[in-house]
Design a protein around this ligand. Structure first.
Ligand SMILES: Cc1cc2nc3c(=O)[nH]c(=O)nc-3n(C[C@H](O)[C@H](O)[C@H](O)COP(=O)(O)O)c2cc1C
Length: 447
């Protein structure tokens, strides 16, 4: 297909008029549920695919990206049926963070693609048209933040891709991204004859920038109860479907829903700026009497290796002279945590600077103060894990450090007690959230 060829994509339901189903996205570990229907999309347009999270917009986006398998739908491009692998060849994910090309250096990858595809554009043409900053051209895509989507769009353009799709995002996200030039990049794509698909929670901002909104939300016409039960059965939490209205456009709810304990990490480094975003989120947590009892020790590289050697020493010692004798059955889990800590690029040790030595006898007042400070530290850790999620990073909250409390304490050499470690890094693969109890089992309303 040449860049200026126009084309149309038809999605046809092959079984009955409409089919419903859950879909998993292997790479993204996101579930979604779409009520299939026939659709037609034209090239040269930006489409807003509008639905609540989990109500089909991401499914449709990834379906047209050739990333979903289905027997119930047929997809044709210019009336010619295409297989999912063929569709995948035409398509490009604007969010590169989970794609192999996240590791590509912007200038090199675009220049190579220009050459390979015989484009008449030069790199600087593309750089200007997609608003790519020359100062960042030598970075890898994953090292870019605001510019990442524009760089991905530019690379997909140079690769001659025709369908540009994206994961679920909120209207706010596009609002902010368009302040820094995303719309210009997307318009470049549609001007070249491509289709752009933006799945989003609402049309609030999108309706002003896209050519057409396709509304998929079936909140109002499906059996909520049934859907909720299916989610409960499969994922262990279904209540949030009922709360979808509250979650509309809420980044916090998305981070809460998206966060997972990540136990496998890529070797990729995380920038200091990103870690600081996470630390600031921790520092912004509420704390009892605003005591802010935390201190964060960020360990990477050699320091991290030293700290973990100390932890290993502690776990070894635990076999013969246990600090936590009644927790011996969990010692194996602590070794696993140590492995994860070795793999992750960054560890943030969180110390309660006011914490009393464990086992120390305390007055009642001291105990209450200790409990309040522990809650404050917990709030900081949770804020950090949500911020990590929002930054596209995985994290793991680890308390197995308590097995090596003494050894890690020596290494840390700061006032107070180590309360937890949080590892942060780019997740390798996908992780399902642990199941959750049902609301009726943990909530009691009294009026
Ligand atoms: C206080 C606390 C301590 C934890 N300690 C560990 C740990 O030492 N090792 C580990 O692998 N996971 C640890 N976790 C992660 C939990 O196992 C995890 O949050 C839980 O299984 C639910 O899974 P999810 O976080 O993916 O929803 C800890 C979590 C919390 C809140």
């Amino acid at each position: 297909m040449k860049a200026d060829d126009s084309f149309s994509i038809k999605v046809a339901v092959t079984q009955g008029n409409m089919a419903g189903g859950l879909a998993y996205f292997g790479k993204d570990c996101v579930c979604d549920c779409l009520r299939y229907r026939n659709l037609r999309l034209e090239s040269g347009k930006i489409y807003g695919l509008i639905s609540e999270y989990g109500q089909g917009c991401m499914y449709l986006s990834y379906l047209l990206g050739g990333r979903v398998t289905t027997d119930e739908l047929s997809i044709s491009v210019d009336e010619k049926e295409v297989s999912m692998p063929d569709l995948a060849k035409l398509s490009w994910n604007l969010e590169s963070s989970k794609e192999r090309y996240r590791n590509a250096v912007v200038i090199k990858a675009i220049q190579k693609a220009i050459k390979r595809n015989g484009l008449s554009d030069s790199f600087s043409d593309i750089q200007n048209r997609f608003f790519l900053k020359p100062s960042r051209q030598d970075r890898k895509l994953f090292q870019l933040s605001g510019e990442r989507w524009r760089a991905s769009a530019a690379l997909g353009y140079a690769e001659g891709k025709r369908i540009f799709y994206a994961p679920y995002k909120t209207s706010d996200f596009y609002y902010e991204m368009c302040q820094s030039g995303l719309l210009k990049a997307l318009k470049e794509l549609t001007a070249s004859g491509a289709v752009v698909l933006l799945p989003c929670g609402s049309d609030y901002f999108l309706k002003h920038i896209v050519d057409e909104c396709i509304y998929l939300d079936h909140m109002h016409d499906c059996y909520m109860e049934e859907l909720q039960n299916r989610y409960q059965e499969i994922f262990g939490h279904g209540e949030w479907i009922r709360d979808a209205e509250t979650q509309k456009n809420s980044r916090v709810m998305q981070a809460i829903q998206g966060r997972r304990s990540v136990r496998r990490y890529l070797a990729e480094e995380v920038s200091r700026e990103t870690i600081e975003v996470i630390l600031r989120a921790g520092m912004q947590a509420p704390s009892a009497k605003n005591r802010q009892p935390w201190r964060f020790i960020v360990a990477t590289g050699r320091a991290k290796a030293e700290a973990l050697d100390m932890m290993e020493k502690g776990l070894e010692r635990e076999k013969t002279a246990p600090f936590l004798p009644e927790s011996a059955e969990h010692l194996q889990g602590a070794w696993q945590s140590l492995e994860i800590m070795r793999q992750a690029p960054v560890i943030i040790f969180v110390v309660n600077t006011l914490g009393a030595e464990i086992g120390k006898s305390m007055t009642v007042d001291e105990q209450v103060s200790e409990i309040c400070n522990a809650q404050s530290i917990g709030a900081a850790l949770e804020n950090m894990s949500l911020a990590a999620e929002e930054q596209g990073l995985g994290s793991l909250w680890i308390c197995n450090t308590f097995f090596a409390q003494k050894e890690l304490g020596i290494w840390l050499n700061v006032e107070g007690e180590l309360y937890a470690a949080m590892v942060v890094g780019y997740a390798e693969g996908n992780f399902l959230a642990g199941t959750r109890k049902r609301m009726q089992d943990v909530v009691e309303w009294r009026e």
